[in-house]
Design a protein. Structure first.
Length: 67
């Protein structure tokens, strides 16, 4: 699996703030922010579960569904 921007890539039709690197960066910033703010492992895990699902959908599944 590559995230290269080919001519038929779904990423060519998305704005800069909806690219794989921004989705991944935002997800990790939210998870890290929950840890830095609360310093509670189970809370950070609860935050991470839907964030990883969101990242997985938009970075892995969504491009495959649109081709």
């Amino acid at each position: 699996m590559t995230l290269e921007k080919t001519d038929d890539s779904v990423w060519n039709h998305k704005p800069w703030w909806c690219q794989p690197w921004t989705i991944i960066l935002t997800g990790f910033l939210i998870i890290s922010g929950s840890w830095l703010l609360f310093k509670i492992v189970w809370l950070s895990i609860l935050v991470a579960i839907p964030i990883f699902a969101w990242m997985g959908f938009f970075v892995i599944l969504f491009p495959k569904l649109t081709l």
